[in-house]
Write a protein of this length. Structure first.
Ligand code: XBP
Ligand code: MG
Length: 260
């Protein structure tokens, strides 16, 4: 047996959002949280490094609760604390979407190209994310125009999947919506939580390194690249980009390794 043997076909690519499609963590959510703190009159601010530490907690609301543990001026009562976090998080989301409408955060290298290439190759596009569907739609429409969201056969966000990554729920819901098995898809992710989530759903993962997880090891991924326009392969590590054939090859090798 070898990887060239025919196995399950690649029928869909399931994309993560924050960090994978764009650097929305550093350049979007973080800035919007700081604006929300300011608007509420709180002195809290998250610099690039502090946000990176907090990012190990999935979910903006949960991240905020974690950070509040370090703030003596945060309410002591758990219900009051949660209600303040909810208020800040709602404000953050409004600021985030306003920021996207004012100046779209650019998609990372190769993302738009691969969207088009998958469509031409009849490989469906889907999204599994910890952020809200509303935030995803704002990002896609700012970057790709009003039809941006319609390109996706399924989008599962926080409104649908309350258990956040590394829980596999969002990926399982996408598979259900697509009517596909884990062996027929490939996920593209940027974080350890995202990798664990897709793997727990039985899905192979291509990692595209984002600013916040550039140094992580990503054991258990199918392949790793710096971005989708940079693919080092072969004995001489020739540099090229990830195209549909590369995706099919990564998927074929992954299913061969994990199902033999
Ligand atoms: C990454 C996350 C999200 C975002 C902020 O999501 O953990 O929480 O940081 O979004 P992804 P919310 O799965 O797309 O990488 O504030 O809406 O949670
Ligand atoms: Mg991510």
């Amino acid at each position: 047996m070898n990887p060239a043997r025919s196995g399950p076909k690649l029928r869909a690519v399931i994309w993560d959002v924050d960090g994978t499609l764009a650097e929305t963590e550093r350049d979007g959510h973080r800035i919007a949280f700081n604006e929300a703190f300011e608007e509420i009159g709180l002195p809290w601010r998250w610099d690039v490094a502090r946000y990176g530490t907090l990012l190990r907690v999935a979910g903006g609301f949960e991240r905020l609760l974690e950070d509040m543990r370090c703030h003596p001026d945060a309410p002591n009562d758990p219900a009051e604390r949660a209600s303040l976090a909810r208020r800040i998080h709602d404000l953050k989301d409004a600021r985030y979407r306003r920021l996207l409408a004012q100046r779209a955060i650019p998609l990372r290298p190769g993302v738009a190209r691969l969207f088009d290439a998958c469509r031409e190759a009849d490989i469906a596009l889907a999204i599994a994310t910890t952020t809200s569907r509303t935030n995803v739609e704002a990002l896609l429409e700012a970057a790709l125009g009003p039809e941006g969201t319609a390109r996706f056969a399924a989008i599962v966000g926080a409104e649908d999947a309350p258990a956040k990554k590394p829980d596999p729920l969002a990926y399982r819901m996408v598979l259900d919506a697509l009517g596909l098995t884990p062996e027929e898809v490939l996920a593209i992710e940027d974080s350890p939580n995202g990798l664990a989530s897709a793997r727990a759903a039985g899905i192979g993962v291509l990692i595209t390194r984002s600013v916040y997880f550039a140094g992580d090891g990503f054991d258990g991924s199918a392949a790793i690249c710096d971005d989708l326009d940079t693919w080092e392969h072969g004995p001489a590590q020739a540099v090229s980009h990830i195209d549909v054939e590369t995706l099919r090859d990564i998927h074929r090798r992954w299913t061969w390794r994990t199902t033999r």
